[in-house]
Design a protein around this ligand. Structure first.
Ligand code: 13P
Length: 246
């Protein structure tokens, strides 16, 4: 059985004061599920010290182990700070920095080299959705962004339609199921059923406590990658509870 995963992505939000949200999350009953928060890199070390059972993740890493890359953070550095996972290929990084599928694959290999779980993000733009290209876009991103050698311990896939991120718009449950079933099938073709069945598939994009229960009841949804609603412990705890009850 895949352990369900509630993952928060704080993006570029949070200074020292935000650590109190993590302190509050510690007391939420998350029995039987994994909870991960991707804090800004500057908070990882302190977050790990107070997070209790909540795992801490990075939001990006460089493909190289070290070197002359001013401003970048290596996977080894994230692991050294206490992170256990890293989000890679988020659509904001693909858009802001032109990250390609090949870049994401190289970063994923770097994450694995540091024994971090890679949370690899895929998802279509509104234009791609409206022109019927969703599944082909997701297939291309999956093939290009996920290196050979994936396993249920080392890889999580987050399906995040770009048009649903931070907009309050959520695909229909049928649309979510269609893409998640498709991702599972693609992973099965590539890695075999046993490995594919162990890889967790998260939905991301405007997940809130109010819509979490129905999303978590959808086919092949093993949890969520949550942006805005992960910033406040009150909101995120509602999502954690919904997942624990799913
Ligand atoms: P929102 O939950 O704010 O829509 O963000 C989703 C996301 O991008 C998580 O990575």
């Amino acid at each position: 059985m895949r352990l369900k995963l509630a993952a928060g992505n704080w993006k570029m939000n949070g200074t020292t004061a935000a650590l109190s949200e993590l302190t509050q999350l510690r007391s939420i009953d998350a029995t039987g599920i994994d909870v991960t928060i991707a804090t800004p890199a500057t908070l990882i070390h302190r977050a790990v010290a107070i997070a209790g059972g909540v795992q801490i993740a990075g939001q990006d890493c460089h493909a190289n182990v070290s070197g002359a890359h001013t401003g970048d953070t290596s996977a080894d550095m994230l692991a050294d700070a206490g992170a256990t996972a890293v989000i890679l290929g988020h659509s904001e990084r693909r858009a802001d920095y032109g990250e390609t599928d090949a870049d994401v694959a190289a970063k994923t290999n770097a994450a694995w080299g540091a024994e971090l779980t890679a949370i690899v993000c895929v998802g279509e733009t509104l234009d791609e959705r409206e022109t019927g290209a969703t599944l082909s876009v997701v297939a291309t991103q999956l093939t290009g962004s996920v290196p050979d050698g994936a396993s249920g311990e080392t890889l999580v896939i987050a399906y995040e339609p770009v048009w649903a991120i931070g907009t309050g718009k959520v695909p229909t449950l049928e649309q979510i199921a269609e893409v998640h079933d498709f991702i599972r099938a693609e992973l099965t073709n590539r890695f075999g059923a046993e490995t594919a069945d162990a890889i967790r598939l998260l939905y991301g994009g405007s997940v809130k406590p109010s819509n979490a229960t129905e999303i978590f009841a959808t086919s092949n949804v093993d949890g969520a990658l949550v942006g805005g609603a992960s910033l406040k412990a009150d909101d995120f705890s509602g999502i954690i509870s919904a997942l624990a009850a799913a």
